[in-house]
Design a protein around this ligand. Structure first.
Ligand SMILES: Nc1ncnc2c1ncn2[C@@H]1O[C@H](COP(=O)(O)OP(=O)(O)OP(=O)(O)O)[C@@H](O)[C@H]1O
Ligand code: NI
Length: 266
């Protein structure tokens, strides 16, 4: 079943040039993308390519000066402001890019428990803290008392306990050590196995290829390619789009292979 259907989405900002003339700056152009229940779709692309704006557009969190065209449907119905106010935090959860989104005045344990809409909130919170190796005592802390990595695990925990059908994860892994990244990816796989769709926005193409079903590539606001994750293997021989192949080959582990090849020939 198609859970999220984005059709021909364009976003632009009203800007003023240095002579104070109003211009429009397109930031997302004619983007179409759909997500099935249980599917993980990764969105990769350089900084500034429009990944967070895509997330914010789905959640209705764009700034006032943004103009939006196109349609976003959730479970077959348009995602209007009224629909979103009911769905946000229940059927649709965001893992925001910045840990600043945590409520500074509430303990993190309480924040995760409040996010749990199904089941027993405290038990769910304790179980997700254990998976993330967050000590039980961390529940009583306020966001400013946590390290950046702990705060990020709390953000992922909030979405994981929410029971949401659609999880939009905007760069959930930077600053985390490899074991915690793997734990985060495992939790995403568990959530998708239980039927949730995940839009996994990341700079980490290796992580995207590891858990996603499909990988969408954004470049300067345009979706230039969408490939099955299985094509991200070897030197990218199965990737048909040159930009996607270049991104894949630019990973440090591949440059190393190239460098070895070059040395052999020399
Ligand atoms: N409020 C705004 N007004 C004008 N331009 C904006 C606004 N917010 C974002 N932009 C522009 O839109 C483009 C896309 O931004 P976005 O935050 O979606 O990038 P991103 O792909 O998430 O980057 P990163 O990987 O660094 O998080 C950027 O060029 C940015 O400068
Ligand atoms: Ni971003």
């Amino acid at each position: 079943m198609t859970l999220l259907d984005i059709r021909d989405l364009s976003i632009s900002f009203a800007m003023y040039d240095r002579w104070l003339r109003q211009t429009t700056q397109p930031v997302i152009q004619s983007l179409s993308l759909s997500l099935e229940a249980g599917e993980i779709v990764a969105v990769v692309g350089a900084s500034g390519s429009g990944k967070s704006l895509l997330a914010h557009a789905i959640l209705g969190l764009l700034p006032q000066n943004a103009s939006v065209a196109g349609e976003i449907m959730f479970e077959g119905k348009p995602l209007t402001a009224a629909a979103l106010s009911k769905l946000r935090g229940s059927k649709i959860a965001l893992i925001p890019q910045s840990v600043q989104y945590l409520d500074p005045l509430m303990t993190v344990g309480k924040q995760v428990e409040q996010a749990a809409r199904i089941g027993q909130p405290k038990a769910l919170r304790q179980s997700i803290f254990r998976s993330f190796r967050l000590p039980e005592g961390a529940a009583k802390l306020y966001p400013f008392q946590l390290s950046g990595g702990m705060a990020r695990r709390v953000l992922v925990s909030t979405a994981a306990v929410s029971g949401a059908r659609l999880i939009i994860a905007d760069e959930p892994t930077p600053g985390l050590d490899e074991a915690v990244i793997q734990e985060t990816l495992r939790i995403f796989q568990d959530l998708s196995a239980s039927g949730a769709a995940i839009l996994f926005i990341t700079h980490d193409l290796a992580a995207a290829a590891q858990i996603a079903d499909r990988v969408a590539v954004l470049r300067e606001g345009r979706l230039v390619d969408i490939s099955p994750a299985s094509s991200f293997a070897g030197m990218g021989e199965a990737l048909s789009h040159p930009y996607t192949r270049a991104l894949w080959q630019a990973l440090p582990q591949h440059q190393f292979i190239e460098a070895v090849g070059w040395n052999d020939e020399a």
